[in-house]
Design a binder for this molecule. Structure first.
Ligand code: PMM
Length: 280
């Protein structure tokens, strides 16, 4: 079964090989620790490992593509050789190419092809699935761009449709595209809940949908106040979102802690199956 087709929601485990990620604080920056983390997420039930070497958190500074590739290519080679499905979380065409050559099966671009003008053409040539995420601007500017009119979801969808058209014009097959509304990317606080409450509208576009809520700042209000500052305290809330998103029929969830979301997907699966049998 290819990574794009599954009967249930897929769980993508986050592997940030970066010294400065907001959510896991550089815990896996060392390559051997990164590989070990990847293997343990697979043991926990990850269907896909999303390997990134450049933080995209709001305000993050860019690293060179050489540095980015130095961080991730060896890690991807090792995990892919061991049979794991890898996506590469990158804004850069050259890194996408190097990662796919190293064994990555999916390109995950949080800029939806707006950051590197060579990205869409490169993905078309690579002929791999492409996660096209909604954002605005750059990590340094996106907070200021979180301004929407009355129909935030409609605006995000229109912008995603524009990027889909650009991707298809560049030669990417429609069947290779996965859409991501981009929680936390040019979206603040309640704007993220608005997106989550409208997952059906995103699904209605006809593409698989990926949701990345894990540990994001908008979840900071959920844990007890004295623990709210630690992103890992948001893992329970993340798993609850996984259950609801899976029930809404999303293709995948991108999470830091795989086990709770893996179980949440099974809960949604059992719930959905029972609902089909239930009396009206
Ligand atoms: N979020 C982050 C990074 N990459 N990719 C996709 N497709 N969707 C996301 O929501 C997403 C992403 C930022 O989170 P991190 O710093 O914890 O990895």
């Amino acid at each position: 079964m290819g990574p794009l087709t599954a009967s249930r929601t897929l769980v993508m485990g986050v592997l940030n090989v970066t010294p400065d990620s907001f959510s896991d604080g550089g815990a896996w920056a060392d390559p051997s620790r990164a590989v070990a983390r990847g293997l343990s997420m697979s043991d926990d039930g990850a269907d896909i490992l999303d390997v990134g070497g450049e933080s995209t958190r709001p305000g993050a500074t860019r690293v060179s593509t050489e540095e980015e590739q130095e961080r991730i290519i060896g890690v991807i080679e090792e995990l892919a050789a061991a049979g794991h499905v890898i996506s590469v979380d990158t804004l850069n065409a050259s890194t996408a190419i190097a990662a796919v050559q190293a064994g990555a099966a999916i390109v995950n671009d949080v800029s939806g092809g707006t950051s590197d003008p060579a990205m869409l053409g490169a993905v078309a040539d690579l002929a791999v699935p492409y996660i096209l995420q909604h954002s605005r601007g750059e990590p340094t500017t996106m907070v200021d761009l979180a301004r929407y009119g009355e129909d935030l979801v409609g605006e995000v969808i229109a912008e995603l449709e524009g990027r889909v058209a650009a991707a298809v014009a560049a030669g990417i097959a429609e069947s290779a595209i996965i859409l991501d509304p981009g929680l936390g990317f040019a979206k603040e606080g309640n704007q993220n809940w608005e997106v989550l409450a409208s997952l059906e509208r995103f699904r209605a576009l006809g593409f698989p949908v990926l949701v990345g809520a894990s540990r994001k700042r908008f979840l900071g209000a959920i844990p007890p106040e004295d623990r709210a500052a630690d992103p890992a305290e948001r893992d329970h809330a993340t798993a609850a979102i996984t259950a609801l998103a899976a029930l809404a029929g999303v293709w995948g969830v991108r999470v830091h802690e795989v086990r709770p979301s893996r179980d949440a997907v099974r809960v949604a699966e059992a719930w959905g199956a029972a609902r089909k049998e239930a009396r009206p």
